[in-house]
Design a protein around this ligand. Structure first.
Ligand code: PLP
Length: 283
């Protein structure tokens, strides 16, 4: 793979980061993942806008503009002949040559991007649905900022896999926040989508924002409110969304079958409509 690092395109084996980089020492870094379909960037404007917001919230400076980032992403797609998968982007606060919690305001950031070729459309999880288990949400209070402090998510997914499930749904004060790396939704028996409203408690998913529009276009009712895991057990459907999964139906939660145990109609409709839309409109 050819990757991007601080202004240069280099072979992945030549891309090295200092042990004093604050991304390595403190997870002092933000990231974004943009899906690529048919060689095109999916919902990328939203991802770059969220990146700018994450940077602003943490006082980090992006060394390049959003337009330049898009150009870098397109160059990587071309250099790696990426057709389907994702582009990972990470910006760390940088490195001042030692380990120190505090940092100076003129610290020079580290920017890396790389591609990942993956099948996104032809997905077993999309066809059959996934199983999740619930667990306590032990993350920090600013989940709206997309930082690389992902240890709680790694532990949650590992626990889920050990329990024979595919992913975790996280619970705080009895209410579902989101998935391990996705936004969470249920569908009531009168066909209304329920999903938690935006706040500092969840990541403001770019796919979520698009799906809200898709639901409106398809005239599917949607209510933004928090829901309990017990309500989810009894739901007609459940599903998750993220940049590289789009929509995945959830067919079991904590070993309890959701609906008839098959991917739900609304989840399938949202997935197919969203994919149709991005294939038609992405650049
Ligand atoms: N919530 C969390 C915790 C995530 O890590 C992600 C994506 O990685 C999402 C939600 C979905 O966000 P997006 O649709 O922007 O990928």
């Amino acid at each position: 793979r050819i990757v991007y690092m601080n202004g240069s395109y280099v072979a992945e084996s030549d891309a090295t980061v200092s042990i004093f980089d604050r991304g390595f020492l403190f997870a002092d870094a933000v990231y974004e993942v943009t899906a690529v379909l048919a060689g095109k960037l999916v919902d990328n404007k939203g991802h770059l806008a969220r990146l700018e917001r994450s940077c602003k919230e943490l006082g980090m400076k992006l060394p390049v503009s959003a337009d330049e980032l898009t150009q870098i992403q397109r160059t990587l797609i071309e250099k790696n002949q990426l057709t389907e998968g994702g582009i990972y982007l990470q910006l760390t606060r940088g490195n001042e040559g030692d380990r120190d919690f505090s940092y100076s305001d003129d610290i020079k950031p580290t920017l890396v991007l790389f591609t990942q070729q993956r099948a996104l459309l032809d997905s077993q999880a999309a066809k059959e649905g996934i199983k999740v288990i619930s667990m306590e949400d032990i993350r920090w209070r600013r989940r709206d900022i997309k930082t690389t402090s992902l240890l709680p998510a790694c532990l949650a997914k590992h626990l889920a896999h050990q329990a024979g499930a595919d992913d975790a749904w996280l619970i705080e004060n009895g209410l579902v926040t989101e998935g391990g790396s996705s936004n969470a939704y249920i569908v009531t028996h009168d066909n209304k989508i329920i999903t938690r409203p935006l706040s500092n408690d969840i990541l403001h998913g770019i796919t979520r924002a698009s799906l809200l529009k898709v639901a409106e276009d398809c005239q599917i009712e949607l209510e933004q409110r928090a829901f309990t895991i017990e309500e989810a057990y009894e739901a007609k459907e459940a599903f998750v969304s993220s940049a590289t999964t789009f929509v995945w139906p959830v067919v079991a939660i904590d070993g309890k079958t959701i609906g008839d145990g098959q991917p739900g109609e609304i989840a399938k409709k949202l997935r197919s409509t969203y994919i149709e839309m991005v294939l038609a409109f992405t650049q």
